[in-house]
Design a protein around this ligand. Structure first.
Ligand code: BDP
Length: 745
């Protein structure tokens, strides 16, 4: 018998648990491998379990009433242990044998009070897991300063088992480096999801508050398992209805379900709500009537949801109202809400995604910095400015946003996109851990070397007292939550990096694979390799060498020919970004062009501005170069561009054949889904390659590098091909008129 199993057996008794809630729904059907159970599958580590542990439920500790959070922790531990060890695991009234698990807080569990657990430095959300001798028995203690810390510790302990790590001796201590770890739902109140590719919204507004779907609890468990502790329930393109009494009752019901799992709810509200909901004539932040309206509204929200987290605001962006409408600054707008929330310790996450689509405005990627940088120090303490990872919009690759490191007197948070809006949407296999890691490790040089984005947002660079990170959720009503099995890894890695932005994307991928599929090395190794290379593959076949925004209007598939028009502002077109012309390709953002490089700290600016030192994978973001410009590899830009497309297709081919060789490790259902999606992705990669080569060739007129097959169709055919309806795309109409345009091969 393996040492692991022996240790698992020893850790099989639970002390100090009182189940207050009924077990949440992991229904019988969930046992089919449809992906519902995500990484919390708790599959058996050993078929037979020691019968001496079989006890009746009457032996559960009658004890004192426990908090719902501690009950959730206990239930999760029981669920995990009984799943992995094959039998229901009873709770024990006292430590009567080696191997008991003690969980609780020193405050609530007298036994823990006398122990030196090392909790003092772990704050409200941290935990310890330690193997200790108590009354002569060897026990495992899972403890936190608060109940939610205990819950996080339980998930950490279960992960240890799920990934077959040693169970004793344990001396684990952890605390999150970022305080608010938030999922942003772009869910509309009509049930659709903007940029959502996993079905409808999981929030069933019409059924609320009366009916609480059991999925809410499973959602909360998944979030807590990776430490996510906040949820913005609705789309940043917000409906004012969300703050009406009708919806606040629904919001309160959701908050009640999520609370035991340490999750607070937040809302987004249109800046114009004082007009639309409050019937005032203005939403001017300096108008006392407007200020009073927000104060009253916020008080009403806190009556319904006493631990309400606060607001996420999209203002003066893409048609959304904002302070600019009244000639006020972003800071004046943010502070209006901050002051209403401050008495309740609520926060405002104020988005820096502000830009103008005026055809004459400056380089789009400069705008957010130019608007926000001068406002450094002008935001109230409970405002956190939410900055997308790059200065454009969640592209497959962008440089880090220049605001990171540039606002030392402002709380800044990072916004990542988990839903793969620009990276193939639901079907492509793209592990985003590497993208997130690249951003977090990017060095802003704001205070010399080592001033990484991670250190800006975890507060260590400038000593921020409040820290936050957000990810735009990829969760919907699909049975597998995220539209595909591998998309679940992006929810997972977001949470794990939010807890510890210095963690490794590779390690997290390996843990996710082990928990989601199997611990078999013959599976874990190739799948992790495939995941780690998957983001570069999509960059290669869609936006190589620093190109960006070469997608169709639906953000799916290629559209490099899309040019500005009467109906399309320049920076919503693709040609604006590639700037491909007879001479060359790329956007000159050096001093001879838009000078966006100057927004970075001098060391970084110098690197990006230098043709020689600019990282090749950002070359065309910062430079317009002749087609014949030679890269370090010796290839011309033209050849290299083409070879990247080719390489991207080859990478997807390899991913597909890797996966096909792994069928013996995976249940047929998840295997086939992933296989089929990889086939779709291969078509997609080929389509990107062919269409992009056809388009850029029509401009460069250069021959293809030797051995590269020409696109099978004409540029016209690629341009004419259009997918009319796509999930997640705003608006109900078809994105293109029906016609007989040929389907590219
Ligand atoms: C873009 C999306 C759009 C969002 C917007 C935002 O295409 O649907 O509303 O960002 O972040 O990525 O506000």
């Amino acid at each position: 018998m393996s040492q692991f199993i022996q240790a698992a057996r020893r850790c099989a008794t639970v002390l100090g648990a009182t189940a207050l809630l009924t077990l949440p729904a992991l229904s019988a059907t969930a046992h089919a491998n449809d992906g519902y159970r995500i990484w919390l599958r708790y599959v058996s580590v050993h078929g037979a379990w020691l019968h001496r542990y079989r006890r009746s439920a009457s032996e559960l500790v009658p004890g004192r009433a426990r908090s719902p959070t501690l009950s959730a922790a206990t239930e999760e531990l029981e669920r995990g242990l009984s799943g992995m060890l094959g039998r229901p695991v009873p709770s024990e009234p006292a430590i009567t044998r080696n191997g008991a698990i003690v969980l609780g807080t020193p405050h609530g569990t007298p036994l823990l009070r006398s122990l030196h657990l090392g909790l003092r430095t772990l704050g409200k959300q941290g935990y310890v897991i330690r193997t200790l001798q108590i009354h002569g028995h060897r026990v495992t203690v899972i403890a936190g300063n608060t109940d939610v810390g205990v819950l996080y510790g339980v998930f950490r302990f279960l992960r240890q088992m799920q990934t077959r790590q040693p169970l004793e001796p344990l001396a684990i201590a952890s605390r999150p480096k970022i305080r608010h770890r938030v999922l942003d739902f772009w869910d509309n109140l009509n049930g659709s999801v903007e940029r959502g590719y996993a079905g409808d919204s999981i929030w069933k507004w019409r059924e609320l508050p009366e009916y609480l779907s059991p999925r809410y609890i499973d959602f909360a468990r998944a979030c807590a398992s990776v430490g996510i502790n906040g949820v913005v329930l609705n789309n940043v393109n917000a409906s004012p209805w969300i703050v009406t009494p009708l919806y606040l009752a629904k919001v309160a019901a959701l908050a009640n379900v999520l609370r035991p799992y340490g999750i607070r709810v937040y809302l987004t509200v249109p800046f114009s709500a004082p007009i639309t909901v409050g019937k005032l004539s203005s939403a001017d932040p300096l108008d006392p009537a407007v200020q009073a309206w927000w104060r009253t509204k916020v008080a009403e929200i806190y009556r319904a949801v006493p631990d309400f987290g606060g607001f996420l605001m999209k203002a003066d962006s893409e048609g959304e109202p904002g302070p600019e409408n009244y000639g006020r600054t972003q800071a004046q707008g943010a502070n209006l809400l901050a002051r209403a929330l401050a008495p309740y310790h609520g926060i405002v996450m104020w988005r820096a995604f502000v830009y103008s689509t005026n055809p004459h405005s400056e380089d789009r990627v400069r705008q957010s910095y130019d608007i926000f940088k001068p406002l450094d120090g002008k935001f109230d303490r409970n405002v956190i400015v939410q900055v997308k990872n790059g200065p454009l919009d969640f592209q497959p690759r962008e440089p880090f946003h220049p605001l990171f490191g540039a606002m030392p007197h402002t709380h800044l948070m990072l916004e990542l996109e988990i839903t793969k809006e620009y990276l193939g949407q639901q079907t492509s296999l793209v592990y985003l851990g590497t993208l997130y890691e690249e951003v977090l490790r990017a060095d802003t040089w704001a205070r010399g070397p080592g001033s990484t984005v991670a250190r800006v947002i975890d507060g260590s660079l400038y000593g921020q007292h409040d820290t936050a990170i957000a990810g735009v959720a990829n969760i919907g009503s699909d049975r597998n939550w995220c539209g595909s099995i591998f998309n679940q890894s992006n929810w997972y890695v977001f949470g794990r990096l939010a807890w510890n932005p210095d963690a490794s994307a590779r390690t997290i991928a390996a843990q996710w694979v082990r928990m989601t599929f199997t611990n078999a090395a013959g599976f874990v190794r190739p799948v992790v390799r495939m995941m780690m290379g998957s983001r570069e593959a999509v960059v290669d076949y869609s936006d190589p060498l620093g190109l960006a925004s070469q997608m169709a209007g639906t953000h799916y598939g290629p559209g490099p020919w899309i040019a500005p028009s009467k109906h399309l502002p320049p920076d919503w077109s693709d040609t604006y970004y590639s700037r491909a012309n007879a001479e060359g390709i790329g956007f000159d953002r050096t001093a001879s062009g838009s000078d966006a490089v100057a927004q970075y700290a001098p060391h970084v600016a110098a690197e990006f501005a230098s043709l020689k030192h600019c990282p090749e994978n950002l070359l065309l973001w910062f430079h317009h170069v002749p087609w014949t410009y030679r890269l370090a590899s010796g290839h011309t830009v033209w050849d290299s561009l083409v070879l990247h497309y080719v390489r991207g297709v080859a990478a997807v081919k390899r991913m597909r054949s890797t996966w096909r060789g792994l069928s013996r490790y995976v249940d047929p259902r998840r295997f086939q889904l992933t296989s089929a999606f990889l086939t779709i992705q291969l078509h997609e990669a080929q389509w990107w390659r062919d269409a992009s080569i056809a388009y850029f060739h029509s401009i460069s007129h250069l021959p293809l590098p030797p051995g590269v097959a020409p696109p099978p169709d004409s540029l016209k055919a690629y341009e004419a091909f259009c997918i009319p309806y796509l999930e997640g795309t705003p608006g109900n109409g078809a994105a293109c008129p029906p016609d007989d345009a040929p389907v590219p091969r």
